[in-house]
Structures are given as structure tokens and as C-alpha cells.
Design a protein around this ligand. Sequence first.
Ligand code: DAT
Ligand code: MG
Length: 151
Amino acid sequence: MTTERTLVLVKPDGVQRGLAGEIIGRLERTGLQIVGMKLMQISDKLASKHYGEHEGKPFYAGLVGFITSSPVVALALEGPSAISTTRKLMGATNPADSDPGTIRGDFGVDMGRNLIHGSANAEDAVREVALFFDDSELVAYDRATQPWIVE
Ligand code: DAT
Ligand code: MG
């Protein structure tokens, strides 16, 4: 278990449907620590950087159109195995394949409206956190509960 940071986006469908609190709550309750959080409108430029790996794919235009269509909540979460823990709670990319109990499985039915982004691996996480947050927006702080969360 190594301490990691990961980038989470509550996508426009999650914010529009009033599910931001529910989604953030599920992540927060694991014990992962919120070290950055903001409501923001993603620009075309930021979207193309964030989704650069998908450029040229048939769903790319729809993906960028969707993520820029309305505000998102961006979070930087920190903790042991933050990347894989977040991905597990998210569920499979296609909500139709996501298990019950996961965010996508419980709240989604369509691949193009899958509610949440989470960094896929350590390299992406470092890049994506830096893409969405300035250093000054990432807050280091102690939690009194920390010894009850991590041994
Ligand atoms: P994930 O969001 O689980 O990391 P990804 O990085 O492969 O998945 O893709 C990014 C987003 O693009 C995904 O959340 C939904 C969309 N997407 C991926 N594959 C798709 C496909 N085959 N058809 C339509 N949309 C797709
Ligand atoms: Mg991905």
C-alpha cells in the first residue's frame, strides 16, 4: 500500500442529476482524504488535454462535447491505493457492465453518461491532478481520524 493521489471528476450528468454529494460521499467514506475540490467548467482546451489518449476514436467528439457541456466537480483524493480504490468504487466503464454497489452500476445505464472519471494509473494520476489543480489549490492538512483509518 503506497499513498497516492488520484483525480476524480463528477461529470456533468452527475452534477445535473444532483448526485455530486452522493458520489463524493461514497468516495469520502472509504477514508480517502479530499486534498482538492472545486466546481468548474472544463474548456475545450482542457478537455482535449485530459482526453488526449482518445483523440481519433469514434466517440472522441461526443466525449469532449459531453465533458464541456456543463460544470463538473473536480477532486484530488489522497490515501493508500487511492487510484485502484477509486476505480473499484466507480465500476466498469460501461454502466451496463458495472456491478451493483458501484457508482456507475447504481446510477448509470449508458456508456456516454457514466457519471465519474477516475485516473487509471499512477502516471495518469500525477498528470491529471496537475492538469486540474494548481499547487496552491491542493491543501495539506492533518485529520484527527487518520489513525482510525490507516494503521
Ligand atoms: P474510463 O472512464 O473507465 O477510464 P476510458 O478512459 O477508456 O474509460 O474512456 C473514457 C471515457 O470515454 C469513458 O468514461 C466513456 C467514454 N468511452 C470509452 N470507450 C467508449 C466507447 N467504446 N464508446 C463510447 N464511449 C466510450
Ligand atoms: Mg480512463
